[in-house]
Ligand binder design. Structure first.
Ligand code: MG
Ligand code: MG
Length: 260
């Protein structure tokens, strides 16, 4: 899962370097598709769900919260924010991560939205300790976001991840009722705050995928896959120089336990 997530991290890095005014969301999707081939991995998103998701990355602009479909017609403009969610399967294990990027120069409120959302994820990661509970993660996100005057999207949540992209337990970004499992060594959670500058409600477009803030406010999304270990949280999808990739066309290194 570490290797799968290191691929995801590198592809998101590449996408971050290409994001600029004039680039289309379709260009981002195409870069992700090429990267999947280059790394010899399988897209976790292409063909997922019903109707089958038609791309390798979700690319969501401004008020689009998640699940935007890349399009050559959707041009990014200076001042936009673009959320890219990307996941792969490598040798039977999944990786999943997302980031929101600034396009050119964004205004102060948009900068604050991105910073608060990213910080809420960091606070959630600090809770990924053996013996704590899923709701500690949820509370860490919600309390930080709401203290800053933004709102947490509720209809989409984080999730366990492993041999499937979406496994138990659900990891809400708000404190709710119901099951509240204890965190155990070896669990891996995809934690993914989705934060709206305005109200938390979303609506889904006629394409049955693109989810956007109902009030049209800006939205941000950051996600990491995090392992619970005895020595604390291990952010599998954060850049780790130990993962060295070979030239394009190679499958990438074979990993032994010593690499890990
Ligand atoms: Mg994701
Ligand atoms: Mg996810």
């Amino acid at each position: 899962m570490w290797a799968a997530n290191q691929v995801v991290c590198r592809v998101l890095d590449e996408i971050g370097r290409m994001v600029a005014p004039g680039v289309t969301t379709g260009d981002i999707g195409e870069l992700a598709a090429q990267a999947v081939r280059r790394y010899g991995v399988t897209s976790a998103f292409l063909g997922y769900g019903d109707p089958p998701f038609p791309a390798v990355a979700c690319v969501s602009v401004n008020d689009e919260v998640v699940h935007g479909i890349p399009s050559r017609k959707r041009v990014l403009n200076d001042g936009d924010v673009v959320s890219v969610d990307f996941g792969v399967e490598r040798e039977g294990y999944f990786g999943d991560s997302a980031r929101t990027f600034a396009v050119g120069t964004i205004d102060a409120e948009a900068q604050r939205l991105l910073a608060v959302t990213a910080a809420s994820l960091e606070r959630a990661i600090e809770q990924c300790v053996v013996g704590r509970r899923v709701r500690d993660i949820s509370r860490a996100v919600q309390s930080h976001v709401e203290a800053e005057g933004f709102s947490v999207v509720r209809v989409f949540v984080g999730h366990g991840i492993g041999r499937r992209m979406h496994e138990d337990p659900p990891v809400p970004n708000y404190v709710g009722e119901g099951r509240n499992p204890r965190l155990k060594e070896g669990m891996v959670l995809a934690i993914e705050p989705m934060v709206n500058a305005g109200q938390p409600e979303v609506k889904v477009d006629r394409d049955r995928w693109t989810a956007r803030a109902r009030d049209g406010s800006l939205s941000a999304h950051f996600e990491h896959s995090v392992a619970i270990t005895r020595s604390g949280p291990w952010v599998l999808s954060r850049y780790d120089g130990r993962f060295e990739t070979k030239e394009a066309g190679h499958e990438g290194p074979r990993l032994s336990s010593q690499n890990l």
